[in-house]
Ligand binder design. Structure first.
Ligand code: ATP
Ligand code: MG
Length: 420
């Protein structure tokens, strides 16, 4: 048995987070099926029950021919107009639970718990060994975000495979979907729905590419400075997709890096994010991404790809570098700790291909994501290095903590499975 958590927005921008227990080796197939929901219109709904029902139907629908591979699947959905701003969950284990009746029951070495409109879990465990979970669920769990996290931690402590879906209960709340490796809030999934995908009307566009693991103030200041100096209409932050996995480096999941980036830029109307690379299942090459990106822009839009001095020197080795510079210009920014580059050499290189490169001095902030990851791991403060909201996200998701290395490893396995 294996577990996974996956999130997406439907065509009409309804965020859905799904957790699933499936037979070994079936994760990729399940995710492929779920991906079809991106083309789905969630549509009109009259009450929260309708939302539950609709959710159940669409997930059931896309999984219908692989049902025997699924042990249990559930989801949490965010619907802004509904009372409490959240839709429902459903837990289903073959013919067992649904979200309709409150119950805790035991079947095939598993414990299932369902509270309608609040949450559901499934864990592979004997009844006796899951008593603390069952008691908490029955007596205290109310679907709130706080209690959901407590329940999640209890499930983790148990050590066995599990999934959890909650609805966030209450006004302005969104639920979560989780398994041991991954916890996704419907609220952060919503970023996938509000993401701008059409860049028509913008004549001067900056693309800030990066791993953003995590995004920090060095990135933000660099982007803002380029935006001002080159008079850009918009800067699009684009977290990288699967490129880094080639080096077997541990990188936080694309969804999480995308969420952190979206949270960091949301208050700046000139900034926006694109999940074009993180949503792409294969290995991403910048030249291909830019070619795709151009299709969403005016044909005469000027695009500048923003890079720091450290990246610029490696860039000429990127795959299809010449195609890349035919698609966009570059804005090379200074970065403390990296020597300034030979401007003439690069200017000539770009001009020879009819492209251009601008060199831009940005206020020196000696901050790197590697430093932040290490500081978190060592228990040092990262305050003022990155936005408070991103710091909060890192805490809630326990990113970069030492004992979470294993989690990144399994996440890596999942991604590698997807791309192989
Ligand atoms: P890591 O330490 O994991 O490599 P990083 O801090 O270098 O992370 P990246 O996501 O690799 O961040 O960088 C994205 C882009 O932002 C790159 O072009 C990089 O040169 C630039 N950049 C990162 N930090 C700064 C900074 N402090 N000042 C200017 N540019 C920066
Ligand atoms: Mg870097």
């Amino acid at each position: 048995m294996e577990s996974f958590t996956y999130s997406l927005c439907t065509k009409d921008k309804v965020p859905i987070a799904v957790s699933c227990l499936c037979k070994d080796g079936k994760t990729t197939e399940c995710i492929e099926r779920l991906n079809s929901l991106k083309e789905y219109d969630f549509g009109e709904y009259k009450s929260e029950y309708t939302i539950d029902y609709r959710l159940h139907t669409i997930i059931d629908g896309c999984m219908s021919d692989i049902k025997e591979d699924i042990i249990c699947i559930g989801a949490s959905v965010g619907v802004d107009d509904a009372e409490g701003r959240t839709g429902g969950i459903f837990g289903s284990c073959n013919n067992g639970a649904s979200s309709a009746t409150e119950s805790v029951f035991f079947e095939n070495g598993m414990v299932f718990g369902v509270k309608p409109g609040k949450g559901a879990f499934a864990i592979e465990e004997e009844k006796e060994k899951a008593e603390n979970i069952i008691n908490f669920f029955a007596d205290e769990f109310d679907g709130s975000y706080e209690k959901s996290i407590t329940l999640y931690n209890k499930l983790c402590e148990n050590g066995n495979i599990f999934i959890l879906m909650t609805d966030g209960s209450g006004e302005g709340s969104y639920g979560i979907a989780a398994d041991r490796k991954n916890i996704v809030t419907v609220a952060e999934t919503a970023y996938k729905g509000i993401e701008r995908t059409d860049y028509k009307g913008f004549k001067r566009i900056g693309i800030m590419g990066g791993t953003f693991d995590p995004i920090h103030n060095g990135h933000l200041i660099a982007a803002q400075t380029v935006c001002d100096k080159l008079k850009l209409d918009i800067v699009v932050f684009m977290p990288t997709g699967n490129t880094s996995y080639k080096n077997k480096k541990f990188v936080t999941s694309g969804d999480m890096r995308f969420a952190m980036t979206s949270i960091a830029v949301e208050s700046n109307e000139r900034f926006s994010t694109s999940s074009m690379e993180t949503e792409f299942d294969g290995i991403s090459y910048t030249a291909d991404t830019m070619e795709k990106f151009r299709r969403f822009c005016d044909y005469d839009a000027e695009i500048y790809f923003i890079v720091g001095a450290d990246v610029l020197k490696d860039m000429t080795c990127w795959r299809n570098f010449r195609k890349l510079i035919s698609l966009c210009g570059f804005a090379a920014v200074t970065r403390p700790g990296y020597p300034s580059v030979d401007r003439n050499k690069y200017t000539e290189l770009f001009e020879n291909d009819g492209s251009e490169i601008k060199f831009i001095e940005v206020p020196a902030l000696d901050i790197s994501s590697s430093y932040i990851r290490k500081a978190v791991k060592d228990g040092l403060s990262v305050k003022y290095l990155l936005p408070d909201s991103v710091e909060e996200y890192i805490k809630v998701h326990h990113l970069y903590e030492d004992n979470k290395k294993a989690r990144n490893e399994s996440e890596l396995d999942r991604i590698l499975n997807l791309i192989n």
